[in-house]
Design a protein around this ligand. Structure first.
Ligand SMILES: Cc1cc2nc3c(=O)[nH]c(=O)nc-3n(C[C@H](O)[C@H](O)[C@H](O)COP(=O)(O)O)c2cc1C
Length: 211
């Protein structure tokens, strides 16, 4: 699915917004849609990839194992089709619920299979060097929780350094939407909380677009 704002779609830039959630009415899906809208308003052509609806299979297979002797290995057609979407994007925005202080298996499997040797990493000239990324994680914990630092560590360590920068992406942003279940909130206070979380998505996208 692609979308763009007719008034502003002049930049020729593409944003890949990829998200993983089994519910189409989840906050994760809403945050991904919000990021997509904001990027379209900023002039991007948006490629919105809903891994669950797409039926992406996160299970690895022999055909998609890296061969470190052959960086030009032909992987499964599914992997090459997905990597073409990554390749064609100027910015990549993964949006996901934090599960067990990590990525949901579906999104993890997308990185495991698609961000493969010779495609996303393993070349002298990185194919990812001109891209920017924004990781948006939704966390049930509040920012004040003693374990909130584990979530910041996930985004700034494993995801920014371990995946993006390892692959050569240099402009990497992160955002955590804490208290994604609005613990203890009801009525207007709850609505206000969720409006604030989605406004945080706008702010994060604006920073990404600004560089
Ligand atoms: C399997 C599972 C594991 C979770 N693990 C964490 C966690 O490690 N840290 C955290 O802050 N929230 C955790 N949560 C809460 C989710 O992050 C939260 O439910 C989600 O962000 C809400 O967004 P959604 O409505 O789009 O699912 C977990 C939820 C599930 C279902």
């Amino acid at each position: 699915m692609t979308q763009e704002s007719p008034e502003t779609a002049t930049s020729g830039r593409t944003a890949l917004v990829v998200f993983a959630h089994h519910r189409s009415d989840s906050l994760t899906a809403a945050a991904a849609a919000r990021a997509a809208d904001r990027l379209a308003s900023a002039g991007f052509r948006v490629d919105l990839l809903d891994l669950h609806a797409d039926g992406f299979d996160p299970r690895n297979r022999v055909a998609d194992e890296p061969d470190y002797e052959d960086r030009d290995k032909t992987y499964s057609e599914e992997v090459h089709a997905h990597f073409r979407r990554v390749r064609d994007a100027d910015v990549v925005v993964p949006v996901f619920p934090v599960w067990w202080f990590g990525l949901p298996a579906l999104l993890k499997g997308w990185f495991d299979r698609v961000w493969n040797y010779g495609l996303a990493y393993g070349r002298r000239e990185s194919r990812m060097a001109q891209k920017r990324m924004l990781w948006v994680g939704l966390a049930g914990l509040t920012e004040e929780d003693p374990n909130a630092d584990l979530i910041v560590g996930l985004l700034d360590g494993t995801l920014r350094r371990g995946i993006s920068e390892f692959c050569g992406v240099r402009g990497v942003h992160t955002a955590v939407l804490f208290d994604s279940e609005g613990q203890g909130l009801t009525g207007e206070a709850r609505e206000h909380h969720y409006r604030g979380l989605l406004a945080d998505v706008d702010t994060a996208v604006d920073k990404l677009v600004a560089g």
